[in-house]
Ligand binder design. Structure first.
Ligand SMILES: [Zn+2]
Length: 284
């Protein structure tokens, strides 16, 4: 089995954004332009080596509306997530879907992103160490700096993911793509299959039958619980969850469009209510 090297540097040239995939200054500048355009509130949850971890909330919070959280950039060698989320923001008009309370974590691991490495500057894995016991998230021995910041903000994150959590990852070992999904049912339901349809419309799916020792069934790993961020939020009450894994041996721009489309699907009220409608402007 090939093993991921968490310190290997990866970088790609994006034609969509006309920059390298690890160009954090261009990413930050474009992100703030879009957040301002949509009147999102950006809150710094904490800083890692001087870089902020932002939570960005849509205006007009209404407790009657579904609340969905989209996160990206936990692993620095998986840049299509953050760029895909930014791409979606450039496509929106006037604040995005008004029928949802939207919270975005656009770049959880900035020091890994700028280095193009999986782990952060301190060689920690930001997507592990979310222990969960007696209804509460707990810091563990292997919790990263980013993880401790997110856990310190658990009330906000649990509330904002009440109706769903999407977390955008990539797999540098794969050409094809796949999903981890979470639903109440033991078999993948409409939510999982809808997200899989979106993925399939943008990129080729993997031929693998096993990923990191876990069996893939129909390109999905369903209801697998570990100490990841998404697993924690589902245990804390998120109704549905998905962790997307685009195969990073595909061109970067195709992966960016796939992550943008996955985010759009997760943030459609219809999808949260299990009635899917694909945004008409999407052409992957
Ligand atoms: Zn990842």
């Amino acid at each position: 089995m090939t093993v991921r090297n968490p310190l290997m540097r990866h970088e790609w040239q994006s034609e969509i954004f006309q920059c390298k995939s690890n160009d954090i200054s261009t990413f930050t500048s474009l992100l703030h332009t879009q957040l301002d355009r949509h009147d999102f509130t950006a809150t710094t949850l904490g800083t890692v080596d001087g870089y902020p971890i932002l939570a960005c909330e849509s205006r007009f919070y209404d407790p009657e509306k579904p609340s969905v959280l989209v996160s990206a950039g936990f692993h620095g060698e998986e840049p299509a997530g953050p760029w895909g989320l930014l791409h979606l923001l450039t496509k929106w008009e006037d604040g995005g879907p008004h029928s949802l309370n939207i919270t975005l974590l656009p770049l959880v691991n900035p020091t890994g992103f700028l280095r193009g490495t999986r782990f952060n500057y301190n060689e920690q894995n930001p997507n592990r160490g979310f222990g969960f016991k007696d209804g509460r998230v707990l810091v563990q021995e292997d919790t990263s700096e980013e993880g401790k910041i997110l856990i310190a903000n658990s009330a906000l994150l649990e509330e904002s993911s009440r109706d769903g959590i999407l977390t955008c990852h990539e797999d540098v070992l794969q050409t094809g793509s796949y999903l981890y999904t979470f639903e109440e049912s033991s078999r993948p339901g409409i939510f999982s299959l809808t997200l899989l349809d979106t993925l399939k419309s943008c990129v080729a799916l993997t031929d693998a039958t096993e990923i990191d020792g876990l069996p893939l069934e129909g390109h999905l790993i369903h209801n697998h619980f570990d100490t990841s961020f998404e697993s924690y939020l589902v245990q804390a009450g998120a109704k549905v969850g998905v962790c997307s894994e685009t195969g990073a041996r595909q061109p970067i721009d195709q992966r960016i469009l796939a992550n943008s489309a996955l985010s759009a699907t997760s943030l459609s009220k219809q999808n949260v209510r299990f009635e899917f409608s694909f945004p008409s402007w999407y052409r992957c």
